[in-house]
Design a protein around this ligand. Structure first.
Ligand SMILES: [Zn+2]
Length: 449
């Protein structure tokens, strides 16, 4: 039955709700009243109030290095996410960094790198990014606790256990040796706002384009702000839906004033630019229970290399799924067949590991089959080396963890305590398998240090 599930999903495009709710997919431009008031009822698992890592002096431990069933407590608040990373840096001697530009509210976009050679940027091959969409709660927690587990197990010569999936110390060493860069809080302003107000806030908090009297018009959808088919009006068929992007500041998918107009998306580009041997990228979102991979613009195809995102001949025909041969609008995004096979291999292994952790079934398929997008970070990551062959090839993924919380009707992105724990187990198991698959397939260019 599971093979059938995958098969049927490949044949049925436009499946999902991931990141956008059904009503948001129908109309990505909410009226002013669509901005939720501050929620005070059931908002799922609460957000921690203090700082459990005490500014970096208490080291976080993930669920995989603790007794099975350990209660991981409340969601990490923005201060705790930073303190947790500082603590990992101090405890394990990994490297901390901040991107050059601050956010609209003046916050740094920070990260760390582990498992490579200190001081040698080209020894890092895998990049995890989280919390680009503010309301997708637990996104940062997943990567923080996973890195905490991996570093703990490496130092203390243990394995890791995530529910029904276990990894040996040998696996731990091999996974860490891929060289991992991570930015757990890509949208610090948006997450802080969402945690403070419980308004199911998705975008950042840039008010440059805001319209007076319309609070929905604050913020840019950071995952539409990357330079991949950014000019969606020119680059896509006019009938492609609002999932693509919007120029309306009040839309959930507002793309901003130009590609990389936002400090947050520039930070992610900066991480890619400053780590020249990256081969793998995963952006962590919720929810739909699926691991997506390139492309997000249209169906993949392997036969026509000239039919690709750089070829303006196909402007105005991209993005329709399924294509209608009678209308003469057949377009598929070119992907070398070996790349496609590599992407599928890593995705299939990761999704099965996630299933093994908790018994919940994850799917895996190309991103456009969920819904077509413009300006997304995973497509940008993979597109870079097609645009400039001098850059490393980065396989781009987008993980949509979890299946939503129907108990929080105002915002199903807010997990229950049980779901939060399931997400931590599933994603960590998936990350481990992703790293192991990447190391088998190939990590990218050798470091030069
Ligand atoms: Zn998202």
């Amino acid at each position: 039955m599971k093979a059938l599930t995958l098969f049927s999903s490949l044949a049925l495009p436009l499946l999902g709700e991931a990141c956008l709710l059904p009503e948001e997919l129908l109309d990505a431009v909410p009226a002013p009243h669509m901005v939720l008031p501050r929620q005070t009822g059931n908002t799922g698992l609460g957000v921690g109030q203090g700082d459990r890592f005490d500014g970096g002096s208490v080291v976080p431990r993930g669920p995989g290095s603790q007794e099975h069933g350990t209660d991981m407590g409340l969601l990490l608040n923005v201060k705790e996410i930073h303190s947790a990373v500082r603590a990992l840096v101090d405890e394990y001697g990994i490297e901390y960094f901040e991107a050059p530009d601050k956010t609209y509210d003046g916050n740094p976009i920070f990260g760390a790198r582990a498992g490579g050679t200190p001081g040698c940027a080209s020894s890092y091959h895998v990049y995890f990014n989280a919390a680009i969409h503010a309301r997708e709660r637990g996104s940062a927690d997943n990567i923080v606790y996973f890195m905490a587990d991996l570093l703990y197990a490496n130092k203390h010569n243990t394995g890791l256990r995530y529910g029904g999936r276990t990894y040996s110390n040998c696996d731990v060493r091999r996974a860490l040796a891929t060289g991992i860069v991570f930015t757990p809080l890509a949208n610090p302003d948006g997450v802080a706002w969402d945690q403070e107000t419980n308004t199911c806030w998705r975008k950042n908090r840039n008010a440059t384009s805001a319209i007076e009297g319309n609070p929905a018009s604050v913020g840019v959808d950071l995952n539409r702000n990357f330079d991949f088919l950014y000019d969606y009006i020119e680059k896509f068929h006019p009938d492609v839906g609002p999932s693509l992007a919007s120029q309306n500041p009040a839309a959930q998918t507002f793309q901003g004033l130009s590609a990389f107009s936002e400090a947050e998306s520039r930070a992610i580009r900066w991480v890619m630019d400053t780590h020249p041997s990256l081969g793998w990228y995963m952006d962590i979102h919720s929810y739909t229970g699926v691991l997506l991979y390139a492309w997000g613009s249209d169906e993949n195809q392997i036969r026509k290399p000239y039919m690709n995102f750089m070829n303006s001949t196909y402007d105005n025909v991209r993005g329709l799924l399924p294509d209608d041969p009678d209308a003469g609008d057949v377009y598929g995004e070119y992907i070398p067949s070996r790349d496609w096979a590599d992407k599928v291999y890593a995705a299939e292994r990761s999704k099965l590991a996630m299933h093994a952790a908790t018994g919940r079934y994850y799917d895996a398929y190309p991103a456009a089959l969920l819904y077509p997008t413009s300006g997304a970070s995973d497509d940008y990551a993979y597109a870079r080396h097609f645009v400039d062959p001098g850059l490393s090839k980065i396989h781009g993924y987008c993980l949509e963890f979890g299946f939503g919380n129907s108990q929080v009707r105002s915002c199903p992105f807010y997990p229950s305590p049980q779901q939060y724990h399931q997400h931590l187990l599933e994603t960590a198991s998936g990350f481990m398998e992703f790293l192991l698959a990447a190391s088998e397939i190939g990590l990218g260019p050798e470091g030069t240090c």
